[in-house]
Every structure is written in structure tokens, then in C-alpha cells.
Design a protein around this ligand. Sequence first.
Ligand code: UD1
Length: 337
Amino acid sequence: MKILVTGGAGFIGSHTVVELVNAGYDPVIIDDFSNSEKSVLKGLKKILKKNIKCYSKNCNDLKTLEKIFIDENIEGVIHFAAYKAVGESVQNPLKYYENNIGSTVKLLHVMNKLGIKNLVFSSSCTVYGQPEIIPVDENTPRQPATSPYGSTKAMCEDILRDTIVSGSPLKIISLRYFNPIGAHPTAHIGELPNGVPSNLVPYITQTAAGLREKLTVFGNDYNTPDGTNIRDFIHVVDLAKAHVAALNLLKKQADNYYDTFNIGTGDGVSVMQLVKTFEKVNKIKLNYEIGPRRPGDTEKIYAITTKAQEVMGWKAEKTLSESLKDAWRWQKKITKK
Ligand code: UD1
């Protein structure tokens, strides 16, 4: 089954391409390389021992999508392609609405027109905001987003659901990712942040590699056991496998289907616990200081993942230690270059 992977050269996209091939799917990438590098394709080749077809194009374009769907005989889509920098989205909201919403709407138009039914969408736990009760399941009410980036995820979920409510034959799953970290165990692919990382683990690995002076832990006065934020950190390979499980489920569903799934480990881990685990498993002393809170940060959130287990037969298998070892192995490799 040929699957178009939009944003397939990105961090989660590239790991998903590997798992798709491992599961017998045939992925084709479309990526405009605005936040990824061509070297990812070489990494994929090293892991998979074959070339993965890639269109270097922006997917926010009806004609481009239609042509690829027809030329490649595409039967399903995983839609990763989106801008994702929270801060930038506040500065430049139209860029985010235009790209993230525009590409999703266009995909839906073309899929409806050509009768391509299977779609997996990259959503985020950001749609829950700071919930009153944690951990969260899929029925936890969504909260107004704290950034245009977050709004685009909630709005796309609504657009997908409304499309199904309207009677479209499409079959759609939104996966709400918690915090993806780590890298492929081969260290041939991993995270490649653009400029100064805003996410925790790439900031840690760059600090450990001497590329940053020190990590600032954003606040230790939260209402959590050690005062730092709590998140659900999931190995990117486990997350990638969730997409395979989602496609397998879509294939079994009747037309006109929409559902959402939390994709996390089910464990809440604090920022300081993660820092300490990184130091321990990699035998490194990390230079860090406690700084002020980062505006907009959620105090604590982690997932209930029972639904993904019961309905998709998927659950996260890798440990935090494995994630942090893989992240460090990848960082050492790219620092050497
Ligand atoms: C953010 C986004 C989320 C997105 C995810 C992508 C929001 C509110 N959050 O999640 O939607 O899907 O990135 O991975 O939109 N931290 C530090 N020092 C640092 C960096 C981070 O202490 O230098 C802390 C943060 O305060 C936070 C934790 O580490 O408590 C995780 O931060 P980060 O990796 O940026 O992810 P989120 O903010 O959880």
C-alpha cells in the first residue's frame, strides 16, 4: 500500500518512513525542506538499504498534491508537514494558519476528489492546555490554545471531524503526540533543530556536546514533587510505530470514520528527573541552572494510553533511558561532522 508522507524528512516523519517500510508499506515523501535537511534521505537509505522516493515540494498546493496522488497511485496519507515553532507562531500567525490549515484543507479536497480514503493526522497534546485532571484521556475537554501553533492543531482536528460529519467517505485518525524525544538506534536519523533548540532534549544534548554553554531549567516552583514541569516523553520510534498501527486500523474501518488517540507512554516525568536520567545513563555531568518559568508552559500533563492499546493494539515500549541514550548517540554523531 503506497502511503504519501507529508513532511517525511522531518524528525517524526523520517522515523515513521522507516517503520512503514518495516511493516510492508511503501512510503513516498513530500517535503519542502524548510525545516529539514536532504541528508535525512541518505540516513534513510543507510537504514533501509534502498532509496525512498521524495518530492521536494510544499504540499500546500492542490495541483502538486493531485499530480503526486495520481502518478504514484497513493492509497493513504500521513500528514506531518506543518510549522511547529510556538514562539514564531505568535510573531507570525498568518504563516502558521496559511501553511498548517491550508495544507490540511487542500489534502482533504484532493483526497475527496480522488477517493483516497486513509488519513493519519499529526495532532498534539497541546490541544488539552493545562487540564484540571491529569493524566488525560481522549475525552478530556480541549482548552483554548495558548499559541497560533496550538490553534492550528485544534482547528485541523475540527476540520477533519467536520469533514467526516458532512458524510465524506474518508477514514481519519488524529494522533495526539505527547513529547517525542530520542533518535533512531542506528544514529542514521534523529532530530535536526533549526538554530537554537526550543525543545528540552535537543537543548540538553547540544549542551552536553559543548555547543551551548548551559541548559536553563524553566522554573522549579511549580506544584509538582520537585517543582519542575511534568511531561510524557516518548521515544520517536515508538511514536513512529503508532502511525503504522493507525493505518492498520484505518484499513479495517468502514468508510466515514474519525477518531483521536493519545500517543504517549502513560508516565509523567519531570524536567529535573529527565536531566538526572540523562546524566546517569550517559555518564555525563550536564551544566544547568534554574531559571524563571517560560511563559505559556503547562505545569504538568501526561497521557492515559488505554484507548490506543485497546483499539489500535499499540503501546510504547522503549524506556526513558533508551530514549536519552539514543538522543546522545545521535548528537555525538552529528557534532563530529
Ligand atoms: C512543545 C509544544 C508542543 C509541541 C512540542 C513539540 C506548546 C505549549 N508546547 O511542548 O505543542 O508539540 O513542543 O515537541 O505548544 N524546558 C526547559 N529548558 C529548555 C527547554 C525546555 O526547562 O531549554 C522545559 C519546558 O519548560 C517544559 C519541558 O522542558 O517544561 C518540555 O519543553 P519542550 O521540549 O519545549 O516541549 P513542550 O513545551 O512540552
